[in-house]
Design a protein around this ligand. Structure first.
Ligand code: NAD
Ligand code: LMR
Length: 342
């Protein structure tokens, strides 16, 4: 009787804890590059989501074991594995959101643009398959250089006649995650209260945190602004150097990607109060792609939060003008990569 009552107690507690997840919706998610440094922890976080009923893991190698491992977690989503080009199409059937972290990461001394030659082709091929198999899906591009891979994806989708600019996202959430963390530390704020919009792009000076728009409203000295901006802009490099050749951010990136995915799924599910920063097609500036806060809805980007760009400080205004030439060149590089092969 004693053993039985312990079992009942455990069962009750389990039902209240994170390892017993009640399904709340039934969206299908596919991760392309799922066996990688980001792919694996991201897959674990997605497996924890009550909004996901099917989790498809695609990679060119090593994905079978990842899927077998994850499939033993007692959460509702069904995990399936897909290996190699011949299984890519099947990994995308009826999928609502495709997350793409496939590609090579940086090593110390490299810029994100140094990854272009390898990752541009990978993203092009994967997005062609997305266009053919789930053209209505939200597409989350993580593969670097994001400033160019998102324009590449847009051109591929245009060529296939299925481009919906509202559903293509470059994932810049990690910049916001870093900004929130660093600002909370510096100013002794409660992490849960802090929200810093980060605009522009996702490389070096194109990453522009708007500290003047931080919530809660906070005063920064000029030195603090410079120091925090530089740390947020160099957050990726900080991790690349610490990993000393073993890759770039994977765990914090998986966390950030899972946050953006959860927001997308909530928006798809009809939540009318979902806001995230993302690098998307935009007319907020004279650049065709630009990261800003957007409101997400069932059909993707529902509105741009243009007020973030009004009333900037002089420092932010200057930084915004300074980032434009680099971002413009990265966008053009991506577009011409697809157009020149026509
Ligand atoms: P990784 O090398 O650990 O994993 C990449 C995975 O992609 C590997 O499993 C590999 O087999 C797979 N892959 C390679 N070619 C593929 C193809 N054609 N189809 C499917 N899968 C393929 O690298 P990682 O650390 O996971 O980083 C992945 C990418 O994410 C890099 O380009 C990195 O720069 C980028 N990244 C972006 C952000 C961001 O904020 N947007 C943050 C961190 C990393
Ligand atoms: C990051 O910001 O961590 C990523 O873009 C990876 C990198 O190369 O810095």
């Amino acid at each position: 009787a004693l053993r039985q009552s312990f079992a009942l107690k455990a069962q009750k507690e389990n039902k209240r804890s994170w390892n017993y997840i009640q399904p709340q919706a039934s969206y299908k998610v596919s991760i392309l590059g799922a066996a990688g440094g980001i792919g694996q922890p991201l897959a674990l976080l997605v497996k924890m989501s009550p909004l996901v009923s099917a989790l498809n893991l695609y990679d060119i190698a090593n994905v079978k074991g990842v899927a077998a491992d994850l499939s033993h977690c007692n959460t509702p989503s069904k995990v399936s594995d897909f290996t190699g080009a011949s299984e890519l199409a099947n990994s995308l059937k009826d999928v609502n959101v495709v997350v793409i972290p496939a590609g090579v990461p940086r090593k110390p001394g490299m810029t994100r643009d140094d990854l272009f030659n390898i990752n541009a082709s990978i993203v092009r091929t994967l997005v062609e398959a997305v266009a053919d198999n789930c053209p209505d899906a939200f597409i989350h591009i993580i593969s670097n250089p994001v400033n160019s891979t998102v324009p590449i994806a847009a051109e591929v989708l245009k060529k296939k006649g299925v481009y919906d600019p509202k559903k293509l996202f470059g994932i810049t959430t990690l910049d916001v995650v870093r900004a929130n963390t660093f600002v909370a530390q510096k100013k002794n704020l409660r992490l849960i209260d802090v929200d810093v919009p980060v605009i522009g792009g996702h490389a070096g000076i194109t990453i522009l945190p708007l500290l003047s728009k931080a919530k809660p409203s906070t005063t920064f000295t000029d030195e603090e602004v410079q120091e925090l901006t530089a740390r947020i802009q160099n957050g990726g490099t900080e991790v690349v150097e610490a990993k000393a050749g073993a890759g770039s951010a994977t765990l914090s990136m998986a966390y950030a990607a899972a946050r953006f995915l959860e927001s997308s799924l909530r928006a798809l599910d009809g939540d009318s109060d979902v806001y995230e920063c993302a690098y998307v097609q935009s007319d907020l500036t004279d650049l065709p792609f630009f990261a800003s806060r957007v409101k997400l809805g069932r059909n993707g980007v529902e509105a741009f939060i243009s007020s973030d760009l009004h009333g900037l400080t002089e420092y932010e205004e200057k930084a915004l003008e300074a980032l434009k030439p680099e971002l413009k060149a990265s966008i053009e590089k991506g577009i011409s990569f697809v157009q020149k092969e026509a």
